[in-house]
Write a protein that binds this ligand. Structure first.
Ligand SMILES: [Zn+2]
Length: 104
């Protein structure tokens, strides 16, 4: 659910930035936005970033989000590989047709 714009802090590079706050579990835990500086997912609302307990909670969220991101990336790479294989097949077919035409 969308909760508005919030100030986030990256726990990796300490970058502070504003991003949309979507909560992921109705416990006011934000879906971590990507850090605009280092591109990592280890971000959390700035107001909570110094709270040990909150950081502990967010550790699980980050790990889950990183797992999902990794799965998405793997799927994307697989479909890209498939697409490239198809592209290669089509190229060979076009090549064959061209050769056949050249013979005539
Ligand atoms: Zn960062």
């Amino acid at each position: 659910m969308y909760r508005g714009v919030t100030t986030f802090k990256c726990t990796e590079c300490q970058q502070i930035f504003e991003a949309d706050f979507y909560d992921c579990d109705n416990h006011w835990h934000a879906i971590p936005p990507l850090c605009p500086n280092c591109g990592r997912l280890r971000t959390m609302p700035m107001l909570l970033a110094d709270d040990e307990g909150q950081r502990h909670d967010y550790l699980h969220i980050w790990e889950e989000c990183e797992r999902i991101a990794k799965e998405k990336e793997e799927k994307r790479l697989k479909s890209e590989a498939k697409w490239l294989a198809n592209e290669e097949k089509q190229r060979k077919i076009r090549e064959k047709i061209r050769k056949r035409k050249a013979k005539k």
